[in-house]
Write a protein that binds this ligand. Structure first.
Ligand code: NDP
Length: 446
């Protein structure tokens, strides 16, 4: 980050929000890429585009009271960060997890702005959620929470203004309860949430989209570098929505997925993880991953999720959460011969890990680009809802593949255009930034 303008903005941001570590990290990452763009386009600085980009357009924080199964009244905090609507309605998921706070939601919302721009669909960026964790809660408790959460959120969303979706802790069940309450309060059926069930306006292929999209992106990237998934050992962290479908597609493309995790530990299966068993445990029973080793005798369970990065592999796909892969983990991967790290989660690698991975010559794709398949298919779900149509799985999957290959090529070519050949972090940041910056410039000071 050489530009005085960027340094000044960053200092101000750090002074204003010193406690927002994740948000500052996400901003620093983008700033470290956009020096050459600001040099080439002085009009961005003149209109203070970046200063406007780092301040969300609106943040809503609200109380979420609900009653648990013991009859006690619980209170959680609900949030919606409407970050940037320059290129379309705010779009981005809801995260329900104990550690959710404004720093995490601002980092996610900020990244979402650029990611959504990369998809080439007309979607702005936003993110929201709550410090409520559905894990261990009964269906009735989750429904009570979701209904209370939506009773407030409904005032701020709509099919042409803000369209939330799922994220960690928010899957089909939660979206169903949220949508039911939205409909009850507004009396309208419309596409104001995505990730909906297939019986009420969901899109075929949305469940698989982020994981499959990650593999389509990676496949194109590997091909460009004379490699493929075929016969490669892959380690995938997490065992939620993104991880499961990344594992499924990697396997279809000829890879062997040998380890997966949850926040307690990881399973290693040298003969290749059986994805259907993982689905049955995690999606069907909402159980813990150690159960896999009980069901598959060849597999081993290890306490502690970090250990997964010590499993020797050809490719690593972090698909769990932010900052889950640090410098030590990167060192272990490199020592064991890993050839590429492809991110499914948002900001899963720390800055120190990224610089080691890149400087050691591994292939590396930032989540902002390689996990954009989820929001891309959410965009396709919005289009289907607006047209009152349902597309086939094949149609959606084909569009997803095309979008992911285009995101890869756009990131690759933009990196080369700005003298950063092979650096997809810079390529994705610059391509996303330029699109949003131009839209903001044309719309005047707002
Ligand atoms: P899920 O809630 O479906 O799954 C999250 C998984 O990660 C769970 O297996 C969870 O385990 C595990 N996990 C959470 N924290 C840790 C940790 N510290 N170490 C290891 N494992 C952990 O979420 P998603 O799969 O939807 O999201 C995963 C990531 O992908 C997030 O970063 C999300 O923002 C990102 N993403 C998701 C998209 C989507 O379409 N769903 C789109 C784009 C990005 P446990 O069961 O123990 O909680």
């Amino acid at each position: 980050m050489n530009s005085q303008y960027l340094n000044g903005l960053y200092q101000e941001l750090e002074n204003r929000y010193p406690e927002q570590k994740e948000y500052l990290q996400a901003v620093r990452e983008v700033f470290s890429s956009i020096d050459p763009v600001l040099e080439k386009h002085p009009e961005y600085e003149k209109a203070n585009i970046v200063g406007r980009m780092i301040e969300p357009e609106r943040i809503v924080i609200f109380r979420v009271p609900w009653t648990d199964d013991n009859g006690s009244v619980q209170v959680n905090r609900g949030y919606r960060v409407q970050f940037n609507s320059a290129i379309g309605p705010y779009k981005g998921g809801l995260r329900f997890r104990e550690n959710v706070n404004l720093s995490i939601l601002k980092f996610l919302g900020f990244e979402q702005v650029f990611k959504n721009a990369l998809t080439s669909l007309p979607m702005g960026g936003g993110k929201g959620g709550s410090d409520f964790d559905p894990k261990g809660r009964s269906d009735r408790e989750v429904m009570a929470f979701c209904q209370s959460f939506m009773t407030e959120l409904v005032k701020y969303i709509g099919p042409d203004s803000d369209v939330p979706a799922g994220d960690i802790g928010v899957g089909k069940r939660e979206i169903g309860y949220l949508y039911g309450q939205y409909k009850r309060l507004t009396g309208e059926w419309n596409g104001s949430l995505t990730g909906k069930g297939l019986t009420y306006g969901g899109s075929l292929g949305r469940t698989q989209a982020t994981g499959y999209g990650l593999c389509y992106f990676t496949e194109a990237y590997l091909k460009d570098n004379g490699m493929s998934f075929k016969d490669q050992n892959v380690v995938i962290s997490g065992s939620g929505n993104v991880a499961i479908y990344a594992a499924e597609k990697a396997k279809q493309l000829g890879a062997k997925v040998i380890a997966m995790s949850d926040s307690d530990g990881y399973v290693y299966d040298p003969s290749g993880i059986d994805i259907e068993t993982i689905k049955m445990i995690k999606e069907g029973k909402r159980d813990r991953i150690y159960k896999y080793a009980d069901l598959v005798p060849a597999a081993e369970y290890h306490e502690g999720c970090k250990g997964i990065w010590t499993v020797p592999c050809d490719f690593a796909m972090p698909c769990a959460t932010q900052n889950e892969l640090d410098r030590d983990d990167a060192e272990a991967l490199i020592k064991n011969g890993c050839k590429g790290v492809f991110e499914g989660a948002n900001m899963p690698s720390t800055p120190e890990a990224i610089s080691l991975i890149q400087s050691s010559g591994l292939l590396y794709s930032p989540g902002k680009a390689s996990n954009a398949g989820g929001v891309a298919v959410s965009g396709l779900e919005m289009s289907q809802n607006a047209q009152h149509l349902n597309w086939t799985f094949e149609e959606v999957d084909c569009k997803l593949k095309e979008i992911m290959i285009n995101i890869y090529k756009n990131s690759r070519d933009t990196a080369a255009e700005y003298g950063k050949e092979g650096d997809l972090v810079s390529g994705a940041n610059i391509a996303g930034f330029v699109k949003v910056a131009n839209a903001m410039l044309e719309q005047g000071v707002c």
